[in-house]
Ligand binder design. Structure first.
Ligand code: ATP
Ligand code: MG
Ligand code: ZN
Length: 513
């Protein structure tokens, strides 16, 4: 990688010409030092010049430390070196021009731009393919310090390899199958449920009203989960917030995947001010016209402050954020079904199996790597028992690697081990969709071992420097019940006794005339 930077230090005064000798020695020492420490590459301060309350400096680097890193270091050293003697302080710095030449796999077919860059060009020099990145010279110091330049370089090569290999397909390998089960219908479960008046589609996209009848079944699933999974494994119920501000999604890593194919949240906005005067006009407009003036409303609200719960467990983590957990509190095992989860499911209208407002059971565990691996495996088998033994579903387990886990797992997956860092998806056969071999099965639940991603992201530590890992899993009542109805139908005489044991009397649906 070759980098070239022209920058100026901003000074509190004008450096006298006597300072030149001192500066020459300072810059010579600085470069020599770097070139001595680094075995390869070359670092050079091409030239420098005293100006009006400024110190201009041009730096080139060929496979050596980056010029912007040098600027940060020089800023620290320069004050002590010349400040006292010449009574001039270093106020800050500004970039004039910063060009980075980095080798890439291919010249991409379509050009792209990135935030905080002026341009990205591609060329071939002596058989080498190169990206020429010009950093926006106005990039804030804070961003430079926190690694924005490095991330720009990384993102350029990531975007190129995405163009080259296409978006990576999620790895998917079937690792267990319940075997064939008794099936009692080939009808579409959503249609069955609608016809029976057990669910009702609202005016809003992919949202349903769940009648007492279907809610009774959801309650049965809850009881089964407690009986089979949570009670024996000593999990405790808690209530995780359902409104998630950006700080959480920044730390969980979700924000970086915003609408990139795996994180499609509903945004939440606030009123610019919560006073009656601001909204009086709108209220009056609604009173007069009986319509909602969306455009007018837009002026009175903020940009999104975050969104609605999407993956359920991220907003748990601020509880532990910045803390050191006592050894005796580990492992932590909790579950949550205290409110809905929201996902903007793009595409056409879906059935009950793919809703925008879903009701998920989230299982979360935190502990040492050994504890988390053990709980992960135990939970996996208990969940298998729920689906296979109690609901008598025809299900299979697939080992998959979702995008957000890929971020976390580099170098930590192992083929021999059952479940190290990775995900198991439970998928149910949906007879109405076609044959077992050719139709798409429905993911109804997953369980993941995530490794240190969350404890790191939320800076959580444990007593005695125990390494912390976490794991979690989720499954929605909508998915589990759709799969159940798809295989067993609505007639309870076809339902297994192991399930009926948990089902209270199902209230008669409301009849409409
Ligand atoms: P899919 O690929 O089918 O959209 P997903 O990979 O988005 O599923 P996860 O993010 O792994 O699903 O979420 C875990 C669980 O949450 C799923 O197994 C499922 O039970 C439930 N779930 C996810 N999205 C929906 C939805 N739109 N409607 C109902 N349940 C959902
Ligand atoms: Mg999805
Ligand atoms: Zn989770």
């Amino acid at each position: 990688m070759k980098q070239y930077l022209e920058a100026s230090f901003i000074l509190s005064g004008i450096l006298p010409s006597e300072s030149e000798e001192e500066l020459t020695k300072f810059f010579n020492d600085f470069s020599t030092n770097i070139n001595q420490i680094k075995d390869e590459g070359n670092f050079k301060i091409e030239k420098w010049k005293i100006g009006d309350k400024k110190l201009r400096i041009d730096i080139s680097s060929d496979n050596s430390i980056s010029p912007h890193v040098a600027i940060l270091r020089i800023r620290k050293l320069l004050g002590p070196a010349i400040g006292k003697k010449f009574r001039v302080g270093v106020r800050g710095f500004e970039f004039i021009k910063y060009v980075i030449e980095t080798e890439i796999e291919i010249i991409p077919e379509s050009a792209f731009s990135l935030p905080l860059t002026e341009s990205i060009e591609f060329k071939e020099v002596e058989g080498k393919k190169i990206a020429l990145i010009t950093i926006d010279p106005k990039m804030e110091e804070d961003f430079i310090e926190k690694g924005a330049v490095e991330r720009i370089i990384k993102l350029v090569s990531e975007k190129i390899s995405k163009q080259m290999h296409g978006a990576k397909k999620e790895h998917h390998e079937i690792v267990w199958y319940s075997g064939e089960k008794e099936l009692h219908t080939e009808d579409n479960p959503t249609t069955l449920l609608q016809k029976a008046n057990w669910i009702h589609r609202t005016n809003y996209r992919n949202q349903w009203i769940l009648s007492p009848s279907i809610t009774t079944l959801a309650e049965a699933v809850k009881k089964i989960m407690v009986d089979v999974v949570y009670q024996p494994l000593c999990f405790h119920q808690m209530m995780i917030p359902k409104l998630v501000d950006w700080s959480v999604w920044l730390r969980s890593g979700h924000a970086e995947g915003l609408y990139q194919g795996g994180f499609e949240p509903y945004f939440v906005v606030q009123p610019k001010e919560a006073n009656p005067e601001l909204f009086e006009e709108i209220a009056d407009f609604i009173t007069i016209t009986k319509t909602i003036p969306s455009e007018m409303l837009f002026d009175k609200i903020t940009a999104p402050i975050g969104g609605l719960s999407y993956a359920q467990c991220p907003p748990f983590w601020p509880w532990l954020q910045g803390k050191t957990l006592a050894k005796e509190s580990l492992p932590i095992k909790i579950y949550d079904w205290s409110g809905p989860t929201y996902r903007y499911e793009s595409g056409s209208a879906f059935g009950f199996e793919r809703v925008d407002e879903l009701h998920r059971i989230e299982t979360l565990f935190i502990g040492s790597p050994e504890q988390v691996k053990k709980i992960g495996v135990e939970t996996r088998y208990k969940i298998r028992e729920v689906f296979e033994k109690v609901l008598e579903l025809e299900v299979r387990e697939a080992r998959v690697m979702p995008w957000w886990l890929e971020q976390a797992s580099q170098g930590e997956t192992s083929d021999e081990d059952e479940l190290i860092v990775g995900t198991i998806d439970y998928e149910a056969y949906m007879p109405y969709r076609g044959s077992r071999e050719e139709s798409e099965w429905l993911e109804i639940q997953n369980i993941s071992i995530i490794g240190h991603k969350y404890p790191k992201g939320f800076t959580v530590k444990a007593e005695g420097n125990i390494e912390l890992w976490s794991g979690c899993g989720g499954g929605s009542f909508e998915r589990i019940l759709t799969a159940f109805i798809a295989q067993k139908g609505l007639d309870r005489k076809n339902w297994p006794d192991s399930f009926l044991k948990y089902v209270d009397e199902i209230p008669e649906p409301i009849k409409f005339l």
